[in-house]
Design a binder for this molecule. Structure first.
Ligand code: SF4
Length: 308
């Protein structure tokens, strides 16, 4: 089901730059490393989706961001024009790569830039041990053939972000992203083509938990991955939710969604909904670790869930 075109905001004409980078693969640390990834691949600095809650600009200078990137998050982007050439030099067979913890590789500006096709060709020519794409961008279907080609030589997973089932919430917190219905349609298209697709409910914005879970479970054949909005009560250090999203929550009456006890109750409701489909739900690094597990390992834990 495609969302009505009228629901989409007009694409913003934001400045798009290109620059040569010194490197393209970064050794992981923190959350992503704990999940089992050895390297991250970030094809651009800054992300024109500009989600109001995005954790990345709260990391400061981490990951090669420049001060202007995190001060003016979402207002422009700079593609790493030599990404594919660097990859061909840096790829090794043992790497487990997450693309990307710092930008959406299919951010809107990629439609004109066309960097990802070359990146996927480089990966297919020198395949790593595993490759995971994290996105909320419908543009990924443009590269379906290249993703399938890559999946023939190494395990590939798409982790597709579904943050809420409620359109008014999406428009308030992440107005430049695709509507929920369009994301579900894209997930279906990727799956029907033969790719493994996970629904990643992260960060969890105000939503109808059972309806969100049901749609996610029907769009994916995998367990659910979920993560509440990061808050300082439970995560005293490191990246956290941008203040802009909290201001929206105050105006719209959603501050419960920043309370750890409320967040835990929402996760419980999602988990109960997943269990009705004999599927699991995992949070934090345990959730993201699913992305690099073989289907057989996941299937055995699903069988235990069914039998339990
Ligand atoms: S798509 Fe991801 S990286 Fe881009 S602004 Fe939104 S949360 Fe941040």
């Amino acid at each position: 089901v495609s969302a009505p075109v009228a629901e989409r905001p007009r694409p913003l004409e934001l400045p798009v730059f290109s620059a040569a980078a010194r490197g393209i693969l970064t050794r992981t640390s923190g959350f992503i490393r704990e999940a089992g990834f050895t390297h991250s691949l970030t094809p651009a600095r800054n992300c024109t989706y500009g989600c109001t809650y995005c954790y990345v600009p709260t990391m400061g200078l981490y990951g090669g961001l420049r001060p202007d990137d995190w001060r003016r998050w979402g207002q422009f982007t700079t593609f790493k024009e030599n990404a594919a050439a660097l990859l061909r030099r840096e790829l090794r067979p043992g790497q487990i790569i997450y693309c990307s913890p710092l930008v959406d590789p299919y951010q809107p500006a990629e439609s004109r830039q066309g960097l990802m096709p070359e990146v996927l060709r480089a990966l297919a020519d020198r395949p790593p041990r595993r490759f995971v794409l994290q996105t909320r961008g419908p543009l990924i279907v443009r590269d379906l053939d290249l993703l399938l080609r890559l999946a023939r030589v190494t395990p590939v997973c798409v982790s597709f972000s579904l943050t809420t089932n409620r359109e008014e919430i999406r428009r308030w917190y992440e107005p430049h992203t695709a509507p929920f219905a369009e994301r579900l349609r894209v997930m279906g298209e990727l799956r029907r083509a033969g790719l493994r697709v996970f629904a990643t409910l992260a960060p969890l914005l105000p939503c109808d938990p059972e309806q969100l879970a049901q749609a996610a479970l029907e769009a994916s054949a995998e367990p659910l991955i979920a993560d509440p909005l990061h808050v300082r009560d439970t995560k005293p250090q490191g990246a956290t939710t941008r203040a802009q999203a909290f201001r929206i929550a105050q105006v719209r009456g959603h501050t419960d969604w920043w309370q750890p006890a409320f967040q835990a109750a929402v996760v419980d409701r999602l988990r109960a909904a997943a269990a009705r489909y004999h599927r699991g739900l995992h949070t934090g690094p345990d959730g993201f670790r699913l992305l690099i597990q073989d289907p057989a390992a996941i299937h055995s834990s699903t069988t235990a869930l069914r039998n339990g």
